[in-house]
Design a protein around this ligand. Structure first.
Ligand code: NAD
Length: 285
């Protein structure tokens, strides 16, 4: 089902984005944002290495649908050995990667203050959201070291939780802040050692309708709460994020953009912390 943005894209963006023949690794490719991103890259003529974790059925469907334009590979990206094996398989079967999209991630649903949060939850979130990106970027850089080239591109998927914080989700917010700021600002200066025109950017989605957010957005109360700080009063579709990923991946559209943090969040201003009934004007001054 196409939303309005996609209709616009198909009818008006009749240009070559320069993605034909590029090898693109998308992590978390069977999830909400990942799946649409894979389809968009293939529509633009790229070859996609679609990483998945548990969703073998969706990976098989993709392999069947796109056969010659895709290689699906399963791995737990928080595991160093599995990441190394995935990159070895890519080298053997595909050769070099041109564009790395680090999209896989988790958002533990339970609202827990730092006082309530277990160390186990904290460590798991860092392992999936942060260690995985370190391991994938390191493996990509090691490939670049042996195959010096003109251009290379990394797109990280952060979150507005990195920018505004997220009460009840310190684990998530901290992991995404590390990617958004630490990784982007450091790796943009390292990638050019191996690829003269190499680029690293991060996209920070706000609320997006995907399996990750479906419980939080299941009732109108939740939707109304999150839209109070979003001028466009709209929940993003996965296509909104996928099209921004394509735009940053394209050297034609974004060839001089590196080290940037792009919010795709309908203009989000921050978080609603309290309902009016929770605020006592008598204690406000
Ligand atoms: P999703 O749950 O549909 O997809 C997440 C993907 O990550 C899945 O494919 C899953 O298999 C993969 N994954 C989870 N654990 C993994 C592991 N250990 N190893 C490898 N892969 C693993 O969610 P989505 O909304 O498509 O999220 C994609 C990205 O966008 C995530 O990084 C998420 O944090 C970010 N994001 C989403 C929203 C939102 O509202 N949906 C908002 C801001 C940021």
């Amino acid at each position: 089902m196409l939303n309005n943005n996609c209709r616009l894209y198909q009818s008006e963006l009749d240009m070559d984005l320069g993605l034909k023949g590029k090898n693109v690794l998308v992590t978390g490719a069977t999830g909400g944002i990942g799946l649409v991103t894979v389809r968009k890259f293939i529509e633009e003529g790229a070859f996609v290495i679609a990483h998945y974790h548990h969703n073998t059925a969706e990976a098989e469907r993709l392999q069947h649908e796109y056969s010659l334009s895709i290689l699906t590979l399963g791995a737990d990206l928080s595991d160093e050995i599995q990441v190394q094996e995935m990159f070895t398989t890519i080298s053997q079967k595909v050769g070099k990667i041109d564009i790395l999209v680090c999209n896989a991630g988790i958002w533990p649903k339970a609202d827990e203050t730092v006082a309530q949060m277990s160390f186990k939850r904290w460590k798991r979130t860092q392992a999936v959201n942060l260690d995985s990106v370190f391991l994938c970027c390191r493996a990509f850089f090691r490939q670049l070291q042996t195959q010096i080239r003109e251009s290379a591109n990394i797109i990280l998927i952060g979150s507005t939780a990195a920018i505004f914080g997220e009460a009840g989700h310190l684990d998530y917010s901290a992991s995404k802040a590390a990617l958004t700021y630490g990784f982007t600002k450091t790796l943009k200066n390292e990638i050019v050692k191996y690829a003269r025109l190499g680029r690293v950017n991060t996209i920070c989605p706000g609320w997006v309708k995907t399996p990750m957010s479906e419980d939080a957005l299941a009732d109108t109360k939740g939707v109304k709460k999150v839209l109070q700080t979003i001028p466009m009063r709209k929940i993003a579709q996965a296509e909104d994020i996928a099209l921004s990923i394509l735009s940053l991946a394209s050297d034609v559209l974004s060839g001089h953009i590196s080290g940037e943090i792009l919010s795709v969040a309908g203009g989000m201003e921050g978080r609603i912390l309290f309902s009016p009934t929770e605020i006592d004007p008598d204690t406000a001054f």
